[in-house]
Write a protein that binds this ligand. Structure first.
Ligand SMILES: CC(C)(COP(=O)(O)OP(=O)(O)OC[C@H]1O[C@@H](n2cnc3c(N)ncnc32)[C@H](O)[C@@H]1OP(=O)(O)O)[C@@H](O)C(=O)NCCC(=O)NCCS
Length: 149
């Protein structure tokens, strides 16, 4: 199991995960946000990958936004989930929305991947010199609360 920078090698697997998001019934608040974030990534995959690269390099950021590094969790050469690290946010921003955003594709949840993905991300964050990570979640997000214990 590994975290990789998003790339075309996992395109088909990623696109099938996005379909899963679209089909998901009873989406949580966070699921709706993530579904929206993936937006047109299926129709404009190459642009999506470029945007992710730009965000990591601090290019074309929306006003008030800071750089955000996106990784994909891959297991057995299959796309499992996405995790984003915002290493340069202020303390206040960290308290408001946290350093990390992550999601596991709907058909791979409750299998331990969320926990594994966070553990791998912590190692990356440590290498980047981050000593503390803030993760925030909605109070009704039970799986995320458990992940963040
Ligand atoms: C939050 C999320 C990433 C968890 O991923 P996951 O792979 O299912 O998590 P894990 O399998 O590692 O499970 C972690 C814990 O949550 C529990 N859990 C997972 N889904 C659950 C659910 N729907 N209801 C209750 N508990 C749940 C697991 O049993 C496990 O508990 P344990 O450690 O006591 O055994 C996933 O549900 C998701 O993608 N949600 C939508 C996006 C989101 O909310 N992201 C978090 C932003 S802060």
């Amino acid at each position: 199991m590994k975290l990789v920078i998003p790339n075309k090698k996992y395109k088909e697997s990623f696109l099938s995960a996005i379909k899963g998001y679209k089909k998901l019934k009873n989406k949580s608040t966070q699921d709706k946000e993530y579904a929206e974030m993936f937006g047109m990534s299926d129709k404009e995959f190459d642009n999506y990958i470029q945007t992710i690269k730009d965000e990591a390099n601090g290019i074309n950021l929306k006003p008030g936004y800071s750089s955000s590094i996106t990784y994909w969790l891959i297991d057995n050469e299959e796309y499992i989930g996405t995790i984003r690290l915002r290493p340069n946010i202020t303390k206040k921003q960290a308290e408001n929305f946290g350093h990390v955003g992550y999601d596991v594709r709907p058909n791979k949840r409750k299998m331990g991947y969320g926990t594994n993905m966070l553990e791998l991300l912590f190692k990356k964050a440590e290498k980047l010199g981050l000593k503390q990570i803030c993760i925030s979640c909605y109070t009704d997000n039970i799986p995320s609360k458990k992940n963040n214990r």
